[in-house]
Design a protein around this ligand. Structure first.
Ligand code: PLP
Length: 390
């Protein structure tokens, strides 16, 4: 006997990986130079040299017992303090280490935060287009997953639909900005409107409704765009962050939960995050990378290569006639599917070994996600194919 719920999750195909695997098979048949794979969201900019330098220095200067030893479950003081001070400096917060729980990336941060807030009958809301892991995380946490349809104009928030989705069972609303898959940054105006709506609903239902701010792409913005820091707009916010994208460290598994010091029941929610992590076997995040990230806490990514790709792809596609929401952040373009039917268009694309991801798993129909964390040269070679199949 085995658990059929998690079994079905384990065998369910991951639509992004399926496209990627198809590309690998095709590369063997037609040569990698003839495959145009836009499927994955893997950083293609290397981690900043200061990260590697920090790792060497840590290894050279400390006993291996210390470097490779356990830290406390919430993370070592070094990184928790560094994160709190960084948030205070950059965003005028008053955080302390007691507000920061170090995790193995944004994904476990989200699961811990969702679990911390899940009570019998509770619901957690996501807004389309959304990162598809939110649903299994929400359900594993013990809440019902509620999806609010997209704002098809600008991929901000469809407030009418959000208003209708919130009820007395709503415990949290997940906001992901910059967004995967749309690349959209939620504007200050949108966030203020969301804050007003949630405050009103919380007052009506007599309990806080938290924002779970999923922010692994916070630092990936272009054209001088800034990402408003949600705890400064809405007190009941829990930030889930990682260095997977900002420092190109996805395989090192390092991130954090920041329970705003202003949030309702902040201390208790923090303890619940710790307990939820403990309950799924979290002992501590890897200690070497905790120290390395602490040493590089103020390091910002050099986004030049992504920005060049973004402009090249956006200009190239819009010149052909593709329509695409303005890509201000992350490293994805969300392109309206010519003709509107993904099954028809994607089949045409795959035949020419052009590999976008169809938008349905993100909760929206008729769009394509193109990850531009690829080589510039591949984009240059792919544009004539985009033209051919338009
Ligand atoms: N949230 C979003 C929107 C993502 O795109 C990802 C990863 O791609 C994650 C969370 C998970 O990030 P991590 O690798 O840090 O767990």
């Amino acid at each position: 006997m085995y658990n059929e719920i998690v079994h079905s999750l384990g065998v369910a195909p991951n639509p992004i990986r399926q496209v990627f695997e198809y590309g690998r098979r095709q590369a063997k048949l037609v040569g990698p130079e003839n495959v145009y794979d836009f499927s994955l969201g893997n950083p293609s900019i290397p981690a900043p040299p200061s990260v590697n330098r920090a790792i060497h220095e840590i290894l050279d200067s400390q006993s291996s017992i210390r470097v490779h030893g356990y830290t406390s479950g919430a993370g070592g003081d070094l990184l928790r303090n560094a994160v709190a001070e960084n948030l205070n400096r950059r965003f005028g917060r008053h955080a302390g280490p007691e507000n920061v729980f170090i995790t193995c990336g944004a994904a476990p941060a989200l699961l811990a935060a969702m679990s911390a807030l899940s009570v019998p009958g509770s619901e957690i809301i996501a807004i389309a287009p959304y990162f598809m892991e939110y649903k299994p995380f929400t359900e594993a946490a013990g809440s019902r997953f509620v999806l609010v349809p997209a704002d098809p104009e600008a991929f901000q928030i469809n407030f009418e639909a959000l208003d209708a989705a919130i009820n007395e069972h709503t415990q949290a609303v997940i906001l992901n900005s910059p967004n995967n898959p749309s690349g959209v940054v939620l504007s200050e105006e949108t966030l203020r409107q969301a804050a007003a709506l949630l405050s009103g609903k919380a007052a009506k239902f007599g309990h806080p409704i938290y924002i779970l701010a999923d922010e692994p792409y916070r630092e990936l913005v272009y054209d001088g765009v800034t990402v408003p820091f949600i705890p400064n707009i809405y007190p009941d916010t829990i930030v889930c962050y990682s260095w997977s994208k900002s420092l190109s460290l996805p395989g090192e598994r390092i991130g954090y939960v920041y329970v705003s010091e202003d949030a309702a029941d902040s201390k208790e929610v923090f303890h619940a995050v710790a307990g939820a992590s403990r309950a799924i076997g979290h002992i501590c995040a890897p200690s070497l990378i905790q120290q390395a990230v602490a040493a590089c806490i103020d390091c910002m990514p050099d986004l030049e290569a992504y920005d060049v790709n973004r402009k090249l792809l956006w200009n190239g596609l819009t010149e052909i006639g593709y329509e695409c929401v303005k890509p201000e952040g992350a490293f994805y373009l969300f392109v309206k599917t010519p003709g509107g039917d993904n099954s028809v268009f994607v089949e045409k694309a795959l035949k020419r070994n052009l590999l976008p991801v169809a938008s349905e798993p993100f909760g929206v129909e008729g769009y394509l996600r193109l990850g531009y964390c690829v080589s510039k040269n591949m984009i240059e070679r792919a544009l004539p194919i985009f033209r051919e199949i338009f």
